[in-house]
Design a protein around this ligand. Structure first.
Ligand code: HSE
Length: 301
C-alpha cells in the first residue's frame, strides 16, 4: 500500500441546459487533494476556496467519500491526513462537491492499491451525489452523457477540442444544490418532457459531431432553469447577452448560480463584454473563469 497520494480533480458543468442530471463536461479548473495514511485520527487542512466553512471532521465530504472506499474494502484506517487545495468555488454550480467525492474515492482507492475499477468508483460516487452528471466528467474528463439507475451509472464520453471555450460567470454567492432542487415541481407537463428530450438528444449529437451551430437551439430547457430563476433573477438576461455576444450557447451551470457560455475562441472577449453589462447594471459582483474542457479527469499528480 502507498502511504500518500496527490490527486487532481477537475471542475465540471452539468445539465448544459436540457440534460438535467445526465449531461456534464469537465473543465480545466482543479482541486488538489493530498491524502496520507499517518498518525492517529483524522487531520484535515483546507487551503483556498471554502477555507472558512469546510468541515475538518468526519463530516468532511472528501473524508466521507474516502471512508466509503475503505469500508467497502474492509480496510481499517487508524490515521488519515487530508490536505486540499481548492480552486473550485463552493456551491457555485461548478461541481465542487463532485470533485470532493471523486477526489476522496480515487485517493483512497490508490492508497489501498487500486482494487476498485473506474466504473465501480463512478457507481459509488453517483450513489453519494444522487446523480452522475458532475461525478462522471470529474472522474473521466470530457463531455459525458451519464445516467444513474440508483445502483449503476451508464456513461459515454467524448473528448472536446481546446478551441471550444467555457466562460463561467460566477456571481460570488453560494446556492446550495438542495435548495435549488427543492424548488423543482414534483410533476412536469408532458410537452415539457418532450421539449427537453428533443433538445438534450440534439445537444448530445451536436457535441459528438462537432456541429456547434446547433447548440443555441439544443441548449434550451423547460425542466429546471425556469424554476431556478427565482434564485438567479439575472439568468435569462445573461443567456440573452451571451448569445448576442456570439456564444454558441448559454445556460445555468449545474444548479447555479454560475452561468455558463460556450464560445468559440474568437468570440470570448465579445461575450465577456456583453455579459458583463448584465451584472454591472444590477450591481452584482461576479468573477469570470475562461475555461476549456479537461479531457483527462481525476488523475494522480
Ligand atoms: N443536475 C444537478 C442539478 C446538478 O441540476 O440539480 C447539481 O448537482
Amino acid at each position: 500500500m502507498d502511504k500518500s497520494v496527490h490527486v487532481r480533480v477537475p471542475a465540471s458543468t452539468a445539465n448544459l441546459g436540457p440534460g438535467f442530471d445526465c449531461l456534464g463536461i469537465a473543465l480545466n479548473l482543479y482541486n488538489d487533494i493530498y491524502m496520507e495514511l499517518s498518525g492517529d485520527g483524522l487531520i484535515i487542512d483546507v487551503i483556498g476556496e471554502g477555507v472558512f466553512n469546510i468541515e475538518r471532521n468526519e463530516e468532511n465530504l472528501i473524508y466521507k467519500a474516502a471512508k466509503k472506499v475503505f469500508d467497502r474494502l474492509n480496510i481499517n484506517v487508524d490515521g488519515l491526513r487530508i490536505t486540499t487545495v481548492n480552486r473550485i468555488p463552493m456551491g457555485s454550480g461548478l461541481g465542487s462537491s463532485a470533485s470532493a467525492i471523486i477526489g476522496g474515492m480515487v485517493a483512497a482507492n490508490i492508497l489501498c492499491g487500486k482494487p476498485l475499477r473506474q466504473d465501480e468508483i463512478l457507481d459509488m460516487a453517483s450513489m453519494m451525489e444522487g446523480h452522475a452528471d458532475n461525478v462522471a466528467p470529474a472522474l473521466n474528463g470530457g463531455f459525458n452523457v451519464a445516467t444513474f439507475d440508483g445502483k449503476k451509472a451508464y456513461y459515454i464520453k467524448k473528448d472536446l477540442k481546446d478551441d471550444l471555450k467555457f466562460i463561467a460567470f460566477y456571481p460570488n454567492r453560494e446556492l446550495k444544490t438542495s435548495k435549488a432542487r427543492g424548488i423543482l415541481p414534483p410533476m412536469i407537463e408532458y410537452k415539457n418532457g418532450v421539449f427537453n428530450v428533443g433538445r438534450a438528444s440534439l445537444l448530445t449529437a451536436a457535441f459528438f459531431t462537432e456541429n456547434y451551430d446547433m447548440l443555441k437551439f439544443a441548449s434550451q430547457d423547460m425542466l429546471h432553469q425556469v424554476y431556478r430563476k427565482e434564485f438567479i433573477p439575472e439568468m435569462y438576461y445573461v443567456i440573452e447577452a451571451a448569445l448576442k455576444g456570439g456564444a454558441y450557447a448559454a445556460f445555468l451551470s449545474g444548479a447555479g448560480p454560475t452561468m455558463m457560455a460556450i464560445v468559440n475562441d474568437e468570440k470570448v472577449e465579445d461575450v465577456m463584454e456583453s455579459v458583463k453589462s448584465v451584472y454591472d447594471e444590477r450591481n452584482l459582483p461576479f468573477q469570470v473563469y475562461n475555461l476549456k474542457c479537461d479531457n483527462v479527469g481525476a488523475c494522480i499528480v
